[in-house]
Design a protein around this ligand. Structure first.
Ligand code: DAT
Ligand code: MG
Length: 150
C-alpha cells in the first residue's frame, strides 16, 4: 500500500475532554508515524478556508464557531494508506452512527462535538497539510520498527 500523509486535528472538545493522549495513542499503536504537531487557536479566516467545501451548508457558521472556540491539536500522520486508515479509526461523522471501537464511537455523542477531523482524500490531505504547516515543519525521519509494519 502506498505511503501517504494525512491531516488529523483534535478539535476543541477533544482537548477539553482530555482525549489527546487517547487519540495520539491510538495512532501510535496502529503504526502510523507522527510527522508534525502544533497546538493552536485557529483564526476565523483559516477555519473558513479549511472548511470552505461546506460554506453553503446551514451548519457552516456553527462549525466555524466551534472549531475556533478553543485550541486544537493539528497533526500530520504518515503510513501505508494513512488517509483511509485514519478515517476508519475516526468512525462516522455523526457519532450517533459511529461504530464502538472508533474514536467517535468511543468518545463522542453529537455531530457538533465529534472530537476529531481527518482528511477525506489524498488531495484534501495535501491541501489541509499546507494550510496548517510549512514544508520545513514536516519532519522526515526513520522509525526503527518500520520494517516490521510494511
Ligand atoms: P468529516 O468531519 O467526517 O469529514 P464533513 O467533512 O462532512 O465530515 O463535515 C465536517 C464537519 O461538519 C463534521 O465533522 C461535523 C460538521 N457537520 C457535518 N455534517 C453536519 C450536519 N448535518 N449537521 C451539523 N454539523 C455537521
Ligand atoms: Mg470532512
Amino acid at each position: 500500500m502506498e505511503v501517504q500523509r494525512t491531516y488529523v486535528m483534535v478539535k476543541p472538545d477533544g482537548i477539553q475532554r482530555r482525549a489527546l493522549g487517547d487519540v495520539i495513542g491510538r495512532f501510535e499503536r496502529r503504526g502510523l508515524k507522527l510527522i508534525a504537531a502544533r497546538l493552536l487557536r485557529i483564526p476565523a479566516a483559516l477555519a473558513q478556508r479549511h472548511y470552505s467545501e461546506h460554506k453553503e451548508r446551514p451548519f457552516f457558521g456553527d462549525l466555524v464557531e466551534y472549531i475556533t472556540s478553543g485550541p486544537v491539536l493539528a497533526m500530520v500522520w504518515e503510513g501505508p494508506g494513512a488517509v483511509s486508515v485514519a478515517r476508519a479509526m475516526m468512525g462516522a461523522t455523526d457519532p450517533q452512527k459511529a461504530t464502538p471501537g472508533t474514536i467517535r464511537g468511543d468518545l463522542a455523542l453529537d455531530i457538533g462535538h465529534n472530537i476529531i477531523h481527518g482528511s477525506d482524500s489524498p488531495e484534501s490531505a495535501a491541501r489541509e497539510i499546507s494550510l496548517f504547516f510549512s514544508p520545513a515543519e514536516l519532519c522526515d525521519y526513520p522509525l526503527v520498527e518500520e520494517g516490521w509494519l510494511s
